[in-house]
Design a protein around this ligand. Structure first.
Ligand code: CA
Length: 424
């Protein structure tokens, strides 16, 4: 297992920091009223790479690529440039590396900004958003609740990474409040549908993969893996009562369109390289175009906490990304089979990540078994679904030898529904 790479930025050497030199995740930050620009997390600081590019310390392309409020330009430069940038950043920040930054106090003061003084923004322009359904435990649990145990797993599930086209416009960065939606609801015993605030608002614990290299026709699983720029944590907020009524036959629509929250830092594939792991054994052989040439999942510990308004948080689930049946590379390869073009900034949600055990489930729908078994919080309260004022936090870390690769928390607070959404 790879060891901690030591940096002259002291806070990056702590075993507890999510952002050691091994990580170097990409975000967009601003200070006070300054324009948002590209930055790289290192310990408790942000490296202002837009400034370093301006000073000629980093040279990626003929045109500046880092003085922008998104990383899409860098994505479009391709894997060779991604590797060059990572190598340059490592050299600038490592102990005994290039001294241009470490030896120049004025430049250092300009280039390293305390993260606590910054505002973080969406790290890239989400060009498109597709959400998958690749966790078998989740699919079994939800299928059992929605259709009964005999029909839990759809007949195509072991052959196709099932997905639907989501809404890029609804993707928000961690820290953005989410408003409880209204929608059309009808329970199985109701005579007619009604238009009301959602009563079963939920989370989905997922990983998001970000496409870096565009494609125009079908690509292989290996090409898909090569095209992925990095990963974020993703909370696919879900209105279960709206979903249950609307989803057949074309899948979720308004139930998933309120918001999807992502963590603020793009963790690159290079940082996750030591944590690659294989998908579980196939229960049915996959068609050749979906077969993985090597390990394409990652060993990333995940957890979710819930804090009622003004109260302390309780960890409500703990699981690992490696339980997924399909990798993001398989999903991306499948996505292109039709000839569907993929763009830099295309976001692919993994599907809810639920482990086999009850305390490993990645949605309240599963944790409370559709509300029949509310979960206990450390505050003494119970929850079946999210209540107004609750704050949900997703956390993730790949654990190395004396260091960890973190993503930054993926946080959102639920605001109450508007009294009347059509009141003007
Ligand atoms: Ca989802």
């Amino acid at each position: 297992m790879t060891k901690l790479l030591k940096s002259w930025v002291e806070s990056a050497n702590s075993p507890d920091t999510p952002f050691p030199l091994n990580n170097l995740p990409y975000g967009v930050f601003s200070v006070d009223e300054d324009e948002p620009r590209c930055g790289v997390a290192i310990g408790d600081m942000i490296l202002d790479v837009a400034y370093l590019e301006e000073e000629g310390v980093i040279a990626l392309d003929d045109e500046p690529a880092l003085d922008l409020p998104f990383w899409n330009e860098v994505m479009e430069l391709g894997p060779k440039k991604w590797a060059e940038l990572r190598a340059r950043l490592t050299d600038l920040l490592k102990e005994g590396g290039d001294h241009v930054l470490s030896s120049d106090a004025d430049m250092r003061a300009q280039a390293l900004v305390p993260m606590a003084d910054t505002t973080l923004h969406l790290p890239f322009i989400v060009s498109e958003y597709t959400d998958f359904y690749a966790g078998k435990n989740h699919a079994m649990n939800v299928g059992t609740m929605f259709r009964g145990p005999e029909n839990a797993l759809p007949p195509n599930w072991l052959h196709i990474p099932i997905g639907y086209n989501g809404r890029a416009s609804s993707v928000v960065v961690s820290g953005t409040d989410v408003r409880r939606p209204w929608g059309q609801l009808k329970g199985p015993n109701d005579d007619a549908p009604r238009f009301e605030p959602c009563k079963r608002f939920d989370i989905e614990l997922e990983m998001g993969a970000i496409v870096g290299t565009p494609s125009e026709g079908p690509i292989t699983v290996q090409e898909a893996d090569d095209a992925i720029f990095g990963y974020v944590l993703l909370n696919d907020w879900s209105a279960r009562d709206i979903q249950a009524w609307e989803y057949q036959p074309l899948g979720p629509f308004q139930a998933k369109a309120t918001a999807t929250t992502i963590s603020p830092w793009i963790v690159t594939k290079a940082a996750l390289e030591p944590f690659r792991t294989s998908t579980p054994d196939r229960e049915k052989p996959l068609l050749p175009y979906l077969q993985e040439p090597g390990p394409m999942l990652y060993d990333i510990d995940l957890e979710v906490s819930l804090a009622p308004e003004g109260k302390s948080e309780t960890t409500i689930t703990r699981t690992n990304y490696s339980v997924m049946y399909y990798s993001a590379a398989q999903q991306l390869a499948h996505h292109t089979t039709s000839g569907c073009p993929m763009n830099a900034g295309d976001l692919l949600g993994s599907g809810t990540i639920s482990g086999p055990e009850k305390h490993e489930r990645g949605a309240l729908l599963e944790l409370s078994w559709g509300g029949k078994e509310p979960i206990a919080l450390e505050t003494g309260e119970e929850r079946s679904f999210i209540e107004d004022g609750d704050t949900l936090t997703l956390k993730g870390a790949a654990k190395g030898d004396g260091y960890q690769i973190g993503f930054g928390d993926c946080v959102g607070t639920l605001l109450p529904a508007h009294k009347d959404p059509y009141k003007r």
